[in-house]
Every structure is written in structure tokens, then in C-alpha cells.
Design a protein around this ligand. Structure first.
Ligand code: ADP
Length: 177
């Protein structure tokens, strides 16, 4: 499914983010940047040790921020590592921090002249953010960014399971005017 916003396109696909050939893929990392499970594990496994070495050099990343490394052996030249919030009860700033993880990643992409970027569904795995709300925040942040910026041509959401794909598809359909 695709939606054109201003100069850019938002697309939803089901698949493995480590196989995407957009200029950047986004890693749902943790604050230590030392690797982990889920998307993080898949990206480091497929990308090789160069990515981890760069992450160690950077040192860490706060929740809601993003950092960039090369893509190692991945098809994408860059990996943007962002840290989404751990979901507690929704009153600890989780929605704002999740939006910030997406917008920080997009700003870093723009700053590096990156025109196409793939996101996983940040925070909805081990960090337990409710999927429907997370999908709405992810899509709204991407739409707002494309409305205000002309440089990014494609934002892909690469959803790993049917549940995640269905949640994003349902929200995107509701958001189309
Ligand atoms: P977080 O710690 O931010 O919750 P996880 O990696 O645990 O991150 O999960 C985030 C989402 O990414 C989940 O919906 C999970 O199913 C999905 N996911 C796991 N592996 C991959 C992959 N290889 N490509 C894309 N999405 C993935």
C-alpha cells in the first residue's frame, strides 16, 4: 500500500528490514547500542561487525534520539539507530518519545542527504508499545515530516508480522482524507 504526501511516498510492506535496499534502514536499538534481539539482532547479524564497532565508538543513544552508522554488509548503505521508549502505562511520555524516535531518524536522514528510508515498527516488540497506537504515531510523524520537507522521497514501513502489517494498513486507510 502506498500514499503520496507532497514530494514523498509512504509505503507499507511486510518483510525483513535487514533485506531492504533503501539508502537507510532504521534499527530499533537500545540505549547501549550494543545489539539485542528482534530487529536489532537481525540487523547486526546481517550487517556484520563493522556496524557494532561504529556503535561502540559512538557510545550510546538516549531514548527518542538517533545516531547513524554505515550499513556494513547490508544492502542499505546506512543504518540509523534510534531508541524507542519502553512502554509502561502510557503516562510516562511514551507517545512523545516514540514520535521523537521517528522524527529524529528522519532529521538525521535529511542531514545525511538520504532520500529513502525504511522503518520497523519501533517499540512494539520487546518494548511492548500497543500496536495500534504505535502505528498511528509512526504514520502521523512520517506524514507530518513529508508535508514540511521536500527532500525525502520514500518512507517505507517494513512490518514483520501480519499483525503489524494489518495495524499499519488499517491506520493508514483511516488517515487518508
Ligand atoms: P523494540 O525493542 O523497539 O520493541 P523489537 O525488535 O523487539 O523492538 O520489535 C519491534 C518490531 O520489529 C516488532 O513488531 C517485531 O515483530 C519487528 N521485527 C522483528 N524482527 C524484524 C525484522 N527482521 N524486520 C522488521 N521487523 C522486525
Amino acid at each position: 500500500m502506498e500514499l503520496q504526501i507532497n514530494k514523498g511516498v509512504i509505503s507499507l510492506i511486510q518483510g525483513d528490514i535487514s533485506k531492504q535496499d533503501t539508502e537507510a534502514i532504521v534499527n530499533a536499538a537500545n540505549k547501549t547500542l550494543r545489539g539485542g534481539g528482534g530487529v536489532d539482532g537481525a540487523i547486526h547479524r546481517a550487517g556484520g561487525k563493522a556496524i557494532l564497532e561504529e556503535c561502540i565508538e559512538i557510545g550510546g543513544c538516549e531514548t527518542g534520539d538517533a545516531v547513524i552508522t554505515t550499513g556494513g554488509n547490508l544492502p542499505s548503505p546506512y543504518v540509523i539507530h534510534t531508541v524507542g521508549p519502553v512502554y509502561r502505562d502510557g503516562t510516562k511520555g511514551e507517545p512523545e518519545l516514540l514520535a521523537s524516535a521517528y522524527s529524529s531518524s528522519l532529521k538525521l536522514a535529511s542531514a545525511n542527504n538520504i532520500k529513502s528510508i525504511s522503518f520497523p515498527s519501533i517499540s512494539t516488540g520487546a518494548y511492548r508499545f500497543p500496536l495500534a497506537q504505535a502505528a498511528e504515531i509512526a504514520l502521523q510523524t512520517a506524514i507530518d515530516y513529508l508535508r514540511k520537507h521536500d527532500d525525502i522521497e520514500r518512507i517505507c514501513f517494513v512490518l514483520f508480522g501480519q499483525d503489524a502489517f494489518d495495524a499499519f494498513e488499517k491506520k493508514l486507510k483511516q488517515m487518508i482524507p
